[in-house]
Design a protein around this ligand. Structure first.
Ligand SMILES: NC(=O)c1ccc[n+]([C@@H]2O[C@H](COP(=O)([O-])OP(=O)(O)OC[C@H]3O[C@@H](n4cnc5c(N)ncnc54)[C@H](O)[C@@H]3O)[C@@H](O)[C@H]2O)c1
Length: 433
């Protein structure tokens, strides 16, 4: 009975959707469903974030600000931190953070919290979809099992796992044109979730278990982590062999099959690559399986910030007195405003420890705080000009944002260490990772 009712509601856009967690993942989900005509409640516990969202302070390639604000005006999107607004929802989509604990164990506390909030405002016959990146078994153990305490799966409630695959800063692929993987341990849940996402996404790929869908997301992340680590190691090796790795990758990429290029960099950052593979590592370890690949790749990628500092030291004068370093870009990848887990933070920390004077430029991050020797140090992004650039002994390119005038950097910096292959190396002045 509930199944048919919800199916009809989804098809007629009468189903009320609640998205929990309005970050990089949750906000575009809210926007796309509201744009299609659904009534969406965006629930977040962070009051400051809600205020900023209402003012339009966020960056997403996937959201048109005017349309977003219009949807709020028309009450198609309601942004709130009040739990009572969840009471009338038919569908709950969970997009909360999934960090790692110190011992590399997944921290599921945000998911637990979201599940409890849904449970205490739950209406029979509703669908819950988990989108956060999690370890295999998480949906079953932390969502399904919790609701089974009071309700029956497939008749009173429905559950699926559908990983988010957004790539912030990517202007070609967004929610609508990226196939949505959906997995559920219940056929009716799978059908309802597929019907739901087909309203906003062209293609869906269905799996008959939530574990398989969870694993599929982690395979994508491990694949990137391991290949990035491999190319990072080959980059270190190439330096010893006096080979330009960037030219070599270009050459290998001409093979039309069997090769996908990955590029070296100062280390991985963001909420995904440095963390997600470790969920799988932990899960496998709990079943007495030790993944050597994930562990080694993590180690290699974590070594990159130190390696960048080591290479820079080789360029800089021996005496560290009054040496000024300019960091170009602090976000973990170009054209986005996210510096969570960014290798830039570790590189700045290392330079400070070595008593260099450190400055940075990044229009996406106007200021940042670094915890250094138990103190918080505030940095402000400095302006770039001919005069300014000449003051620095070394400019270290960590993020190659498109807006930066690279000719200016090239022509007026004393020395450059380029971790992103922005420039062709010029002897004695521009050095490549
Ligand atoms: N950022 C990405 O590129 C990306 C891509 C794919 C998947 N993911 C995964 O998606 C999930 C969310 O990532 P994100 O980058 O959007 O995180 P985020 O930190 O940008 O946003 C999460 C939001 O959830 C809110 N929140 C925390 N607990 C809550 C609760 N109990 N109820 C309601 N709101 C709550 C926080 O205040 C925050 O605004 C993570 O599991 C992440 O691994 C992220």
């Amino acid at each position: 009975m509930f199944y048919k009712e919800l199916k009809k509601k989804i098809l007629t856009k009468k189903s009320k959707i609640c998205v929990l967690g309005l970050g990089y993942v949750g906000l575009p989900v809210c926007y796309h469903f509201a744009k299609k005509g659904y009534e969406v409640t965006g629930f977040d516990k962070n009051v400051l974030k809600l205020k900023n969202l209402k003012k339009g302070f966020f960056s997403s390639n996937d959201i048109n600000l005017n349309i977003f604000q219009n949807l709020i005006k028309k009450k198609k999107i309601k942004l709130t931190n009040e739990k009572s607004f969840l009471k009338n929802s038919d569908i709950y989509i969970i997009c909360v953070p999934t960090p790692l604990k110190k011992n590399f164990m997944p921290d599921v506390s945000f998911i637990n919290d979201a599940v409890k909030i849904i449970f205490s405002n739950f209406k029979k016959g509703s669908l819950i979809v988990l989108e956060s990146t999690v370890h295999p078994g998480c949906t079953r153990e932390y969502v399904e099992k919790y609701f089974k305490k009071k309700y029956t799966l497939s008749s009173d409630f429905f559950v699926s796992y559908s990983p988010e695959r957004i790539d912030p800063g990517n202007t070609s692929f967004n929610i609508s044109n990226t196939t949505k993987v959906i997995g559920s341990n219940c056929k009716k849940s799978l059908e309802l979730t597929s019907l739901l996402y087909k309203r906003i996404i062209k293609n869906v790929f269905l799996l008959n278990s939530s574990d398989e869908a969870e694993m599929s997301k982690l395979i994508e992340n491990v694949y990137r982590q391991v290949n990035i680590a491999l190319i990072n190691e080959l980059t270190k090796m190439s330096e010893k062999l006096s080979i330009n790795i960037w030219n070599t990758i270009k050459a290998s990429s001409t093979k039309p099959y069997g090769f996908s290029p990955f590029f070296p960099g100062p280390g991985t950052g963001g909420h995904c690559i440095p963390l997600d593979p470790m969920y799988l590592f932990w899960r496998a370890k709990s079943k007495n399986f030790h993944s050597r690949f994930i562990k080694t790749a993590n180690k290699v990628n974590l070594s990159m910030p130190n390696y960048v500092v080591y290479r820079c030291q080789k360029i800089l004068p021996k005496s560290k007195k009054n040496i000024k370093i300019l960091i170009m870009g602090v976000t973990y990848k170009k054209n986005i405003d996210d510096y969570r887990e960014s290798p830039s933070l570790k590189i700045i920390d290392q330079f400070l420890r070595l008593n260099y004077q450190v400055f940075y430029h990044d229009d996406y991050i106007k200021s940042l705080q670094i915890k250094f020797k138990n103190k918080k140090i505030k940095f402000n992004s400095i302006k770039i000009s001919k005069k300014n650039l000449k003051k620095f002994d070394l400019c270290v390119i960590l993020t190659n944002h498109s807006y930066i005038n690279w000719n200016l950097i090239k022509n007026y910096s004393n020395k450059i260490f380029d971790t992103r292959n922005v420039f062709e190396p010029k002897k004695d002045r521009i050095f490549l990772l």
